[in-house]
Each structure stands twice: as structure tokens, then as C-alpha cells.
Design a protein around this ligand. Structure first.
Ligand SMILES: [Zn+2]
Length: 138
């Protein structure tokens, strides 16, 4: 690849033409990154968009960062459930049938609250930092 520099040509996205087009570099940000480019087609000068734009668009739907992390969400769920707790946690056993909203005490994961019945024998339990599926009512 030839070295980039002022006056050199580079193919980049033109926000006016809405196309990947040849541009002339008019200013450099650093040795390898153009700062301002002029579109050879529409002659407009605009800031050089770092190539990431293309990958960012492609990934947008899958990697859009949630403002709250998954762990934070679970912790919020947990805090909310905990604030409504009325009874002591029942020791967890696969033989016991647990109801939604019931607190359980799991030997390994600690205290959790039943969030959902998945089916007759499975419950989804919110623990302090994790959501797990447990067997019950066996
Ligand atoms: Zn253009």
C-alpha cells in the first residue's frame, strides 16, 4: 500500500454522494489517518470517516451495546425482588415445588428468587448475579 499523505487519493465514503468514491486527501490527522478529504465527484470537502464505519454498520444489529449490562440487569432484578421479600428463603431441593416469587436458598449459588416456571419440573431462578434454570418438583 502506498503511503497516505496530503494530495494522495483514497477511496472512502462520501456523505454527499452516499457512495464509496475516490477522494483527495487535503489534511492528515496523523501519519496514517487522513483528516479531511475532498470528493473527486462532488468536490465537497469533509472529514475522513475512519474505515470502521463499514464494520460498525454491519455489526450494528448484533453488537449494539445495551446501556445496562446484563449483569447489572440481573442485579437490579435481584434487588427489586429482595426488596419485596416477605418470607425466608426455603432450602433448595429438586423434590420441592417452588412458586413464582418464592425465595430459595441454593447450596451452591446462594439465595435466589423464582422468576418463571419453564415447565413442570424447571424453574428460572434469579440469583444475585446470575439467572439459572433449576429442576424442581421431581
Ligand atoms: Zn461526493
Amino acid at each position: 500500500m502506498s503511503k497516505l499523505g496530503v494530495g494522495k487519493e483514497i477511496v472512502t465514503y462520501c456523505s454527499k454522494c452516499k457512495l464509496e468514491l475516490a477522494h483527495i486527501i487535503v489534511a492528515m490527522r496523523d501519519e496514517v489517518t487522513p483528516y479531511k478529504v475532498q470528493c473527486k465527484t462532488c468536490k465537497s470537502t469533509h472529514a475522513f470517516k475512519i474505515k470502521k464505519a463499514a464494520t460498525a454498520t454491519r455489526k450494528k444489529s448484533t453488537t449494539r451495546k445495551p446501556r445496562v449490562s446484563a449483569e447489572q440487569k440481573i442485579m437490579n432484578l435481584w434487588d427489586e425482588a429482595k426488596s419485596k421479600q416477605t418470607e425466608d428463603a426455603a432450602p433448595y431441593s429438586i423434590r420441592t415445588k417452588f412458586e413464582i416469587g418464592q425465595f430459595i436458598d441454593h447450596p451452591k449459588f446462594g439465595e435466589g428468587v423464582v422468576d418463571k416456571h419453564i415447565d413442570n419440573n424447571k424453574i428460572e431462578v434469579v440469583f444475585q448475579k446470575d439467572i439459572r434454570v433449576l429442576i424442581h418438583n421431581k
